[in-house]
Each structure stands twice: as structure tokens, then as C-alpha cells.
Ligand binder design. Structure first.
Ligand SMILES: [Zn+2]
Length: 319
């Protein structure tokens, strides 16, 4: 996210207030090092946005991570370095020197908005160098309102961490908000609520991106989220070979199911924080039916790869 210290239009403390109001746990202000359109009004000191926001973040119980945006022509494009000690030391001409400095500070570095300039998008030799030297640890699969399927693929192939961020420049009140169109964010599976734990989780790739009405991530995390969110009751009504079952979805996201097997309705939406009624034939009279039936579905908005939803099973016990 940006502030007046680069090309944003808010003061750093405003980012903290916005994040608190919108329920975030951790943020990083990542102003551009090399692009400062307000430098005649706001002096160049790449550590200042963090310092200015620091005590406000403490007051709001928000984890504030020191970061900056390394800004190069595309290709290779822009990179965020976070968990820095000193952002000023990254103000160096040679990109590889910058990356070495970031590595010395044990930063976590990710490639930003890789599809930003469609005419130049792609994986270039510089990215290979960054990747092979372990100077680049993740990629933005989502930036603002854009999703990059290629980046999703690269993260899967190369075991890079999937990130989703706002890259916000304006005040967040100017962003459109609706249940399907909230600010893009990274869900980080950290062992505890601390900056060290967030860093450990990012380094190990334990993330999922929440983008519009979709979750984008590795199968194991989406699988776990699905299993923890969905609770299937016992049939509360039976008539001939048909049963009625309540399914609870305790998550904040509607789950969009499409049948992959032969039983159950063709489409089923499990509404967020609500109970959905499933009615299905079981192919036998209820008292002659097996102990349980398994309905195969694809959770279409849980993306485990581009255009590929998560396979799930709804297990209903009949006895
Ligand atoms: Zn950028």
C-alpha cells in the first residue's frame, strides 16, 4: 500500500486507521523507492512511512511490517521487500545489489502485479536469476482487482508464496465495497499473532488469497478451510427415496458447488454464515439405504489452479 511518501494520496497513519476499520491484522506500507512524485513536498526518507505509522499501529493492535517497493521498468517490474530493518539501504541502482541488501536484512521479497503491462508480461531471465538465488520468495497472484492466472501457475510450479494485495493509492473509502467486492487480501496461516509468525508462514508459503468471491491457494489449505467451514447434519426429513439435510457454512464466503458425481442437485450454493437445505434422492428407500452416502462436488470458487475448483465430498450419514 502507498502513502504520500510515494504516489499515494494519504498520510501513513490513515492506512492504519483504514486497516483497523476493515478488520485486518497485519499490514505493510510499501512506498516506491524510485518513484516519488511528491518529493518536493515530502522529503525522501524511505523509513518514515513506517515510523510515522508505528505508534498508531500499536494503539490499534495492528501488526505493522516495514516494507518498500523496489520499482524497475517492466520487465522485470516491481517487487515488494517486507520485514526490512532499513529501507533506505535499498536505494541502489543495480537490481541485484538491491536484492542482496534485502536478503542481508532477511526480507521476504515478492514480485508485484506481474500482469500489469500486458505487452511486457511474462517470466524473464531476470526472474530466473532472482528465483535461483532465492532473492524472490513469492508473487502477487492478485493485485487490486486483477487476478493473474500465469502467476498462480508459477507459484504452483516453483513453490513460491501466493500473495494478494490492494496496492492501494487512494483513501480506502473510495474503493467499492460489497460482499463480492471487498479489498483483496492475503490470508496468512501463522502459528500466532506476531510479526515473526507471519514471516515464518510467508516464507513457508502458508497463504491463501481472498479475491472477490474466490479463495485462491494450494489444495491443502483450501481443503482445510472447506472442512472446517462446512458442517452437514443428519437427514431431518425423509420421503420415499428422498432426504432433506441441513448444511451449515460457518465461513464468510458463499461456497459455489457444482455436482461432479451422479447424486445431489446439479448446483448448490452454501451461503456464508448460514444454513442451506439440501434435498436429494438416494436411489433407495431410506430404510434400505447404506449407512452413508457421499456426494461429489467441485467448489468452483475455491481455486486450486487457474480454472480449477477444489474437489469436495459431502458425506451424509443415513443411520
Ligand atoms: Zn508497483
Amino acid at each position: 500500500m502507498h502513502t504520500v511518501f510515494s504516489d499515494g494520496s494519504v498520510w501513513p497513519t490513515v492506512r492504519v486507521d483504514e486497516a483497523w476499520r476493515e478488520g485486518l491484522d497485519a499490514i505493510s506500507i510499501t512506498d516506491h523507492i524510485e518513484y516519488q512524485p511528491h518529493k518536493n513536498d515530502v522529503p525522501t526518507n524511505h523509513n518514515r512511512p513506517y515510523h510515522i505509522a508505528f505508534s498508531r499501529a500499536r494503539e490499534k493492535n495492528l501488526l505493522l511490517i516495514k516494507g518498500t517497493e523496489i520499482t524497475r521498468e517492466t520487465p522485470p517490474g516491481h517487487f515488494n521487500a517486507i520485514f526490512l530493518q532499513d529501507a533506505n539501504s535499498l536505494d541502489t541502482e543495480d537490481l541485484f545489489d538491491v536484492m542482496k541488501t534485502a536478503q542481508k536484512q532477511n526480507a521476504f521479497v515478492f514480485w508485484n502485479h506481474p500482469g500489469w503491462k500486458p505487452e511486457h508480461k511474462g517470466w524473464f531471465d531476470t526472474h530466473t536469476t532472482l528465483y535461483e538465488n532465492k532473492w524472490m520468495h513469492g508473487i502477487e497472484v492478485v493485485n487490486g482487482s486483477s487476478y493473474y492466472p500465469e502467476a498462480h501457475e508459477w507459484c504452483l510450479e516453483k513453490n513460491l508464496t501466493m500473495m494478494g494485495n490492494t496496492d492501494i493509492h487512494q483513501p480506502s473509502t473510495l474503493l467499492e465495497t460489497s460482499p463480492d467486492n471487498h479489498r483483496s487480501m492475503t490470508l496468512v496461516f501463522a502459528r500466532e499473532r506476531s510479526i515473526d509468525a507471519v514471516k515464518e508462514a510467508l516464507v513457508e508459503g502458508r497463504t491463501t488469497v481472498w479475491f472477490k468471491d474466490q479463495l485462491i491457494g494450494r489444495k491443502k489449505y483450501l481443503d482445510a478451510i472447506f472442512k472446517e467451514s462446512v458442517e452437514i447434519g443428519k437427514p431431518y426429513n425423509k420421503y420415499r427415496d428422498t432426504i432433506w439435510v441441513e448444511i451449515e457454512n460457518n465461513s464468510d464466503i458463499d461456497i459455489d458447488l457444482e455436482r461432479a458425481g451422479t447424486q445431489g442437485p446439479g448446483k448448490l450454493t452454501l451461503a456464508a454464515n448460514a444454513t442451506t437445505i439440501l434435498t436429494t434422492g438416494i436411489g433407495a428407500k431410506a430404510d434400505e439405504a447404506p449407512a452413508q452416502i457421499e456426494l461429489s462436488y467441485i467448489a468452483r470458487n475455491f481455486l486450486i489452479a487457474p480454472d480449477k475448483g477444489l474437489p469436495v465430498t459431502l458425506t451424509i450419514s443415513l443411520k
